[in-house]
Design a protein around this ligand. Structure first.
Ligand code: OFO
Length: 164
């Protein structure tokens, strides 16, 4: 049995995942308008993944006969000064989402909601992967992004990411 408290937190998490999609779509646009089509591709695929995360939670709630409430999605801030700034913001955002998922897991644990804990395991692993990817992009940018050729190569590499 999923409590009202857990249902509300899962509903909130749908909004956070949709915001993530919105944020990465906006980051993709940042790169699209600066000639970095590979970075743009990477973030657009990421936006699609975030939409998938929202849908997973939606499906879980519906399958458990819980009403889903879709709420307004916040506008991304768009205050990026450079490429590194975007990468850093993406990483910080993933840390924020990880904390949110962990809090949800702890709440489910308190309520002895084993089903939701099991459901959230996928998200816990996914967050670890997403933080690793975001950190790796920052590391590569630090190493190679400061000259034109390096940035060109990174753009090519990131552009190879396809929808799964
Ligand atoms: Fe970026 O993993 Fe969902 O939000």
């Amino acid at each position: 049995m999923i409590s009202n408290k857990i249902a509300a937190l899962l509903n909130e998490q749908i909004n956070k995942e949709l915001f993530s999609a919105y944020l990465y779509w906006d980051m993709s646009h940042y790169f699209e308008t600066r000639g970095l089509d590979g970075f743009a591709q990477w973030y657009m695929v990421q936006a699609e993944e975030e939409y998938d995360h929202a849908q997973r939670i939606y499906r879980y709630l519906v399958d458990n006969d819980i009403c889903v409430t879709l709420t307004a999605i916040e506008t991304p801030s768009r205050k990026y000064e450079c490429v590194m700034d975007v990468l850093q913001s993406a990483y910080e955002h993933e840390e924020y989402i990880t904390e949110s998922i962990h809090n949800l897991y702890c709440a489910a644990h308190q309520e002895k909601d084993l089903r939701t804990m099991e459901f959230l395991n996928w998200f816990i692993n996914e967050q670890a992967e997403e933080e690793t990817h975001a950190r790796s992009m920052i590391d590569k940018m630090k190493l190679f992004g400061n000259d034109g050729k390096g940035l060109y190569q990174l753009n090519r590499e990131f552009g190879k990411r396809n929808s799964e």
